[in-house]
Each structure stands twice: as structure tokens, then as C-alpha cells.
Design a binder for this molecule. Structure first.
Ligand code: CMC
Length: 433
């Protein structure tokens, strides 16, 4: 961080202007450093929803929402999606550089060594209702990991942080696939380490003891791409949740569980499930107009799920790639005429041409397409957000580890603008009205 300029703030009280350093990163907007504002002025800034606030500095992911740019450690997402697999992207996010062949092999080996879960943990599942949502199960089971893998919970030790990160990345597919199998009433599958990360996940989801299962490489590659595109996304709500939880020194499993809980919301990672549910509810092309009208009606809380993004205001580069994958998968499976897919394409076209959506810069986001891809892969919509969580785990652990390693790190403690009742006196109960 470099300080080049100074901002001068007039508090309107006739006193001297307050000088605030302006800091520059390597790319993106400069920031006004207000860390000393309260000490010098007694005031806080007010920014609910963090619309204008950089909550941290980070070297991991860069987004330019206006230009539709997403970089992991400086590499454009388009190039990573084309040339790398998810394991290489995990290595990159965690270590800062793409791996050599040798480094990749060692990394994959360490992930494979930890892909199973403790047998005792498997008993947890029997405590959930059969119809429990996979995200409810995942939040619980991931939080419980700290009761099993407590040999490396000294968060100040980088080797402990790395080991916990490996545990989490390795076990998430297993944990979420078991949540699905439990719903289905199928036996759990142990991981098959000769398969790729994505193919192994498909094996744990879809294989049954009665039949041989061979993951289709085109579909495994599509799932791998979903994982790459969702691996990190800067300081979004769930990542900020992980950082805030971690800032107290909480263990990584608890922090990632908090991130998973946040991700579940329909305005965040729950959007792909909500989008598919919405498409099913629309049901027929003839009903699209009605839903578009509802989305535009300011008195109706309905939103067209899968459209709009807090950061991308021109296009979401992940959505472009996912759209490509969507067509590849539907071709591979001969599903081009699938009614739900045709409905989605019609909705996309209508919304892209509608003045309401154009003027508000509401474009299809990655979840609009990823839901369709996952449905084509045979994944039920209740699993979509769990897959997003599996992908995002590497981003969360990378961001968490970066925060802990920062010597300037402090516990996160936002302040507030109090609007409640002013000081008053407690009356004895007999005198209260
Ligand atoms: N359908 C209809 N109108 C919308 C939509 C939508 N999907 N999204 C935003 N608007 C309208 C909103 O009503 C407002 O209109 P007006 O200016 O007349 O009041 C305007 O667009 C700006 O909306 P906003 O809520 O201020 O925008 P935001 O940047 O705070 O919200 C969002 C971003 C993603 C929460 C929102 O667009 C949304 O709810 N989209 C649907 C849910 C969704 O698809 N979420 C997935 C996001 S991508 C996955 C991820 O990265 O987590």
C-alpha cells in the first residue's frame, strides 16, 4: 500500500480540516484511510452494506465490476478456466503462484490423503432428519470438524493453518455428497482418489454399490469449471463473514461453517437453487411476461433470481464462461430441447432487451447458468449451494489465512449510528405503565 495523496475533510464545525491519507493498491480504486478518524474527530463513518468501504487489503482476488474483470492472483478467470483445473486454482489461491507439475502432484497427494472423514463423524448424519437440507447438514458437520481435527488448531502457526485448509478442501466434497446420499437413503461412498477432484465428487454423489459408475469426462470438466468460477470472489458476504469470525481467533472449521451459513442466503450462494425453483415456478414461456412484470413492480418483493450483481454492473465474466459450459453440457447430453433450458434462454433474451433491466444494469449472473448446468448433470437443486460452498472453501481459507498472517490484523468490530431511546431511568415494576 502506498500513500500518494491526502483527503481533507471539513466536519462543518468551523474547525481545522481533518487530513486523511489516500492509499493506493496495485490496481483498482484508491481508498481513504479513516482508521484514525474517530480518534481525531470523535466521529464514525456510516456505510451499511459496505457500499463504499474496503474492509481489508488483500493480494488474492481482484474484481473490476464495470469492466467485467475477475483475476485470481493476477490471472484472468477466462485463462484459468481454459488452462487449469480446480486443483491448480486451489494451489494458486492458497500459495500465490500456479504450481509446476511436481508441485501440483504433491498438492493433489496431500488433498487425497485427507479426503476421507473420521468414521465417527459419519454417525453425525444419522442425527439429522432424512429430509434435512444439505446446507443445514453441511453447516453443522463442518462446524463439528474442530472436534475431530484438533491437532492443528494453533491459528498463529502457518503449518497448522495450511493443514486445516487441506482438511477442509479435501473433505468438503465428501461431506456434501454424504448429505445428498443421506437424503436419498443411499449408502455413503468413500472417496476414490484415482479420480480428479470433480470426478471424485460425482462418484461420491452418484455411484451406488449395485452398479459400476464411470464419471463422464465432459460433465466432470463442467463441474470442475463450476468449482473454478466459484473458488473466490474477493470480500463478498460469506468471505467477510469468515474473516470477521476468524478475526477473534476462532478455529478455521468454525469460521468456514459461519461462511457456509452466510452463503446459504438467496441473495448470495442460495441464488442458483432459488433460480431453478423460480424457473420451475414460471413453468412455461407464456408466463414469463407475468414474472417480468412482477420483478419490475416496486410494490412486489419478487426479484428475478439469477439477475443482477452488487459488483458486476456490465457483465459477470463468470456468467459468460458458465453460459459456454451450459451449451457444452446440454449438447453432450442431447438436452438442447429441454423445456426448462429453453425457458431459461427465453427469459435471458427478454430480460436483456427490457428497459428496466438495461437501465439498472441487471445482467444474468453466474448462478443463472450454473443452476441449469448442475440440473443437467443430475444434481438436485437442493445441492447447488452445497457445491458452491465446496468450491468457495478454498477462497475462504486463503482469505482467512491471509488475514491471520497480517501483523496489523485486529478483531473486527464495526461501530454503529445509535437511533434507539436515549438514556432513561428504570422504574420499580409497580410504577410502570
Ligand atoms: N430483479 C428485479 N429487480 C432487481 C433485481 C432483480 N434480480 N436486482 C436488482 N433489482 C433492482 C432493484 O429493485 C433496484 O431497483 P430500484 O433502483 O428501482 O429500486 C435496483 O435494481 C438496484 O438493486 P439493488 O438491490 O440496490 O442492487 P444490489 O447491488 O444491492 O443487489 C443483488 C445485488 C445480487 C442482491 C440483487 O441484484 C438481487 O437480489 N439479485 C437476485 C439474486 C441473485 O441472483 N443473487 C446472486 C448474486 S451472484 C452470486 C454471488 O456472487 O453470490
Amino acid at each position: 500500500m502506498e500513500q500518494k495523496k491526502v483527503a481533507k475533510l471539513d466536519l462543518g464545525n468551523g474547525e481545522q480540516l481533518i487530513e486523511l491519507p489516500i492509499l493506493s493498491g496495485s490496481m483498482g480504486p484508491d481508498v481513504i484511510d479513516i482508521r484514525k478518524l474517530h480518534a481525531t474527530s470523535g466521529m464514525f463513518t456510516y456505510d451499511p452494506g459496505f457500499l463504499s468501504t474496503a474492509s481489508s487489503s488483500s493480494e488474492i482476488t481482484f474484481i473490476d465490476g464495470d469492466k467485467g474483470i475477475l483475476l485470481y492472483r493476477g490471472y484472468p478467470i477466462e485463462q484459468l478456466a481454459e488452462h487449469c483445473d480446480f486443483m491448480e486454482v486451489c494451489y494458486l489461491l492458497m500459495k500465490g503462484e500456479l504450481p509446476t507439475n511436481d508441485q501440483r502432484d504433491k498438492f493433489v497427494k496431500s488433498i487425497n490423503e485427507h479426503s476421507m472423514v473420521h468414521e465417527q463423524l459419519i454417525r453425525f448424519y444419522a442425527g439429522f432428519r432424512r429430509d434435512a437440507h444439505p446446507m443445514a447438514v453441511t453447516v453443522g458437520v463442518v462446524g463439528a470438524l474442530s472436534a475431530f481435527y484438533h491437532e492443528a488448531l494453533d491459528v498463529s502457526d502457518a503449518s497448522h493453518r495450511d493443514l486445516s485448509a487441506i482438511h477442509l478442501i479435501a473433505k468438503l466434497p465428501n461431506i456434501t455428497a454424504m448429505a445428498y446420499k443421506y437424503n436419498r437413503g443411499h449408502p455413503f461412498n468413500y472417496p476414490c482418489n484415482h479420480l480428479s477432484y470433480a470426478a471424485n465428487f460425482m462418484h461420491m454423489m452418484f455411484a451406488v454399490p449395485a452398479e459400476e459408475y464411470k464419471p463422464n469426462p465432459v460433465l466432470a470438466r463442467a463441474l470442475d469449471r463450476i468449482l473454478i468460477l466459484h473458488a473466490d470472489h474477493e470480500q463478498n458476504a460469506s468471505t467477510s463473514t469468515v474473516r470477521l469470525a476468524g478475526s477473534s481467533g476462532a478455529n478455521p472449521f468454525a469460521c468456514i461453517s459461519a461462511g457456509i451459513a452466510c452463503l446459504w442466503g438467496p441473495a448470495h450462494g442460495g441464488a442458483n437453487e432459488a433460480c431453478l425453483n423460480m424457473l420451475e415456478e414460471i413453468g412455461d414461456e407464456s408466463r414469463i411476461g407475468k414474472y417480468i412484470d412482477r420483478a419490475k413492480d416496486s410494490n412486489d418483493s419478487f426479484r428475478l433470481v439469477g439477475f443482477g450483481h452488487r459488483v458486476y454492473k456490465n457483465f459477470d465474466p463468470r456468467a459468460k464462461l458458465m453460459r459456454e459450459t451450459c451449451h457444452e453440457v446440454l449438447n453432450e447430453l442431447g438436452l438442447q430441447d429441454d423445456p426448462l433450458f429453453k425457458l431459461a434462454m427465453k427469459l435471458e433474451k427478454i430480460a436483456l432487451e427490457d428497459e428496466y433491466f438495461i437501465s439498472r444494469k441487471l445482467y444474468p449472473n453466474v448462478d443463472f447458468y450454473s443452476g441449469i448446468v448442475q440440473r443437467a448433470l443430475g444434481i438436485p437443486s437442493s445441492m447447488f449451494t452445497a457445491i458452491f460452498a465446496t468450491a468457495r472453501t478454498v477462497g475462504w481459507v486463503a482469505q482467512w489465512s491471509e488475514m491471520i498472517a497480517d501483523p496489523a490484523q485486529k478483531i473486527g468490530r464495526p461501530r454503529q449510528l445509535y437511533t434507539g431511546v436515549t438514556t432513561r431511568k428504570v422504574l420499580p415494576i409497580s410504577e410502570r405503565k
